[in-house]
Design a protein around this ligand. Sequence first.
Ligand SMILES: Nc1ncnc2c1ncn2[C@@H]1O[C@H](COP(=O)(O)OP(=O)(O)OP(=O)(O)O)[C@@H](O)[C@H]1O
Length: 234
Amino acid sequence: MQNSLSTPYLPKINRIMLKFDHVSKRYPDAGDALLDVTFHLQRGEFAFLTGHSGAGKSTLLKLIAVMERCSRGQVLLDGQNLNKASDRQIPYIRRKLGLIFQDYKLLQDRTVFDNVALPLVVAGYSHFDIGRRVRAALDKVGLLGKEKKLPQTLSGGEQQRVGIARAVINKPPLILADEPTGNLDPELSSEIMKLFEDFQQVGVTVLIATHDIALVERMGHRVLQLDHGRLVAS
Ligand SMILES: Nc1ncnc2c1ncn2[C@@H]1O[C@H](COP(=O)(O)OP(=O)(O)OP(=O)(O)O)[C@@H](O)[C@H]1O
């Protein structure tokens, strides 16, 4: 029998952040975009997702963000079965994710501050908390002096940093990035990747889809490789 004194009152933490269990995805009137994909990411892992154009990288990320649902198998995010998630639960699931895109997806008529603040405004944070947290996030990505600028006055690398600050402002446990350095030169790409590594250092799980094989090889992290929807290396 277990001694209750030896059992600390800790919240249950799933060591597995993300699990794909025999996942397939078929789009109507198209072939299988993913076929029998099985892997998992431990909390705090850093992995790249690679593969040719059309291999299924974006589809895999969309299943995690519940922008698409799988046709077979199961996707579990932090222990939650996403197949069973109701539409009402989707905003709460997405708060666990920091989503980063190749084209930054910034609001061009809003300042850097407003772009980064957006998730906190939506979540109902106080004015005081928003100011404090936005400045801390901008400091982290090296943009503290640029809070009043409009995105189009910034370089590509700076705009992506704004996108990253916005993605991490809610302290999500999982960062998903789809070709985050696709529009950047090698030096800026390395700087952005260094930022992702900094988040991993504090326990965040990171999954980055990229075509940039040279960058992937240079960084030496785990690689999940898709080929025509099948996972051929993990
Ligand atoms: N909404 C959709 N409807 C129908 N087919 C789709 C849809 N989205 C993707 N596909 C198809 O699924 C396959 C995988 O596409 P996906 O965008 O996931 O690949 P990818 O590896 O991200 O490619 P890229 O590197 O070019 O972005 C492709 O054959 C694509 O044409």
